[in-house]
Design a protein around this ligand. Structure first.
Ligand code: PNS
Length: 168
């Protein structure tokens, strides 16, 4: 039984993430999408539960996927869940330096290998942070995130701006 981890913040999930998850699911028996609980990033736009719900909806067509949360080291979570591999998408050379460093550290800490999948070209410019920014200022994010995520983005920014007009 080969289990892969697809880790990330998923704030929110994009079509680029879904592409990587779908392709990982073809190569492994079981895929755990591991959503980090304590990202070292600024405040999240969506709660953990909202991110989990959006991931569940976006991966409902895949039978070998589980969505879980983790905190602390990814390799500890991998060990606790019997995962054999970490799978990451690589969008561009700019991703490579940091991803290589993390892969080597994770290998050193645990012996778990990281496999890289090249992002499909139509998604190579996509990131959750850019999608959040475009949606914040009313840009069209259709074709970048699932339709339900696009709707949630519009709603969330409307709520945030109503509470904090400076965000407009
Ligand atoms: O979607 P992101 O924010 O780029 O995902 C980054 C993530 C969660 C994959 C990475 O920050 C991570 O693995 N964090 C867990 C903490 C950890 O294990 N750190 C050591 C990595 S070498």
């Amino acid at each position: 039984m080969a289990t892969a981890l697809c880790p990330g913040s998923f704030d929110p999930v994009t079509l680029g993430h879904i592409d990587i998850i779908e392709r990982t699911a073809r190569h492994f028996d079981d895929v755990i999408v591991a959503v980090i609980r304590n990202p070292q990033k600024k405040q999240s736009l969506f709660s953990l539960e909202e991110r989990q719900q959006m991931l569940k909806e976006a991966t409902a067509h895949l039978s070998n996927i589980r969505i879980e949360f983790f905190k602390g080291l990814l390799v500890d979570f991998a060990r606790d869940h019997g995962a054999n591999a970490i799978v990451k998408g690589l969008r561009a050379v700019s991703d490579f330096d940091y991803e290589l460093q993390m892969a080597q550290m994770n290998q050193r800490l645990s012996g778990i290998d990281t496999f890289f999948i090249s992002t499909s070209p139509q998604y190579s410019f996509l990131s959750s942070s850019l999608v959040r920014e475009v949606a914040r200022f009313g840009g069209d994010v259709s074709g970048m995130v699932p339709p339900k995520v696009a709707k949630r983005l519009t709603e969330r920014w409307a709520e945030r701006k109503a509470a904090e007009p400076d965000l407009s």
